[in-house]
Design a protein. Structure first.
Length: 314
């Protein structure tokens, strides 16, 4: 069984996430402490107790999701798991790309936490609240969504931002343009289109100020070659060279998350199972929708981890 290890993005956060791991394993608590120390903030308290509105803030949700993902990885490693021999690729959805790189040893936990804090703040600041929007167009393919976004733009920004699975494409841009895209999608036969509860229009040209901030932040951070290749959001192909990774992390802020293509790329390289490490089950749920031959399994509780380790040794 050939595996890729994948890491969730924003939207998977929930109050209480990672708490059972922290209660069960000292190595998980150590990750949370490392993140809290790096940020000078009691983020773990926010993760475990809420309030939800504060946890959902982009600058908190991003490092918090990474912390839970890394807690899962450190627990696995404490039980003898080795990513280098257990997996062929890592990949992550948007911010999950940072978790993937951290898991693969390309970034330290402290640097990853600080980068995601900068990224979350910069993405939030790039566009005043209420001026941008994102919408999921359900039942349309990428090409249809791109045509709709282009037609809806009318001089404003409107782009296909996330290609998550067949029939699930997200557009992002100026609020009025995204609303026009929703109306056009209905005419083109979309099953439905929904505005997403996000605070900014991610992965479109309006995020350029955030991309500039990330270029500056990433310039001051050491990136090592990951122990196994990263399948990058922007290219949907494997990358290992640190300077390429640095460049792609900057491009990723304004570029589309090509998740469907990333999964198909990994399948073409022989991957049969996606192991989702961290909060929620979004990516393992998408796996089967992208390709029926790709299985997804989510690791976010001690029981999940025990079952997975038992399957490795079976």
């Amino acid at each position: 069984m050939a595996r890729a290890f994948v890491f969730p993005g924003q939207g998977s956060q929930a109050v209480g996430m990672g708490k059972d791991l922290g209660e069960a394993y000292a190595v998980a608590r150590a990750v949370y402490q490392e993140v809290d120390d790096a940020l000078g903030q009691n983020l773990s308290g926010l993760m475990f107790e809420g309030p939800s509105d504060d946890l959902t803030l982009t600058e908190n949700a991003q490092p918090a999701l990474m912390a839970v993902s890394m807690a899962v990885i450190r627990v696995l490693e404490s039980q003898g798991f080795d990513l280098k021999t257990a997996g062929q690729f890592v990949a992550g959805h948007s911010l999950g790309e940072y978790s993937a790189l951290c898991a693969a040893g390309a970034l330290s936990v402290a640097d990853t936490a600080r980068l995601l804090k900068v990224r979350g703040r910069a993405m939030q600041k790039a566009v005043p609240v209420g001026e941008g929007a994102m919408a999921a167009l359900l039942g349309l393919d990428l090409e249809q969504a791109q045509e709709i976004a282009a037609a809806a733009a009318q001089g404003e920004v409107c782009q296909a931002a996330n290609d998550n699975a067949p029939g699930q494409v997200v557009v992002s841009g100026a609020k009025a343009a995204v609303e026009r895209a929703i109306a056009l999608a209905a005419e083109k036969g979309a099953k439905r289109s929904v505005l997403l509860p996000v605070s900014a229009p991610f992965h479109c040209a309006l995020m350029q100020p955030a991309a500039d901030a990330m270029a500056e932040a990433l310039a001051g951070v050491t990136i090592a070659a990951p122990v196994i290749p990263l399948v990058a959001n922007v290219t949907a192909s494997a990358v290992t060279a640190p300077e390429d990774i640095r460049r792609l992390l900057v491009e990723q802020v304004t570029g589309a998350v090509r998740w469907r293509e990333s999964v198909l790329y990994m399948k073409a390289q022989g991957i049969t199972t996606l192991v989702e490490c961290g909060a929620g089950k979004v990516l393992s749920g998408l796996a089967k929708r992208i390709d029926k031959e790709v299985a997804g399994t989510a690791l976010n509780t001690p029981a999940d981890i025990d079952a997975f380790l038992a399957s490795l040794n079976a």
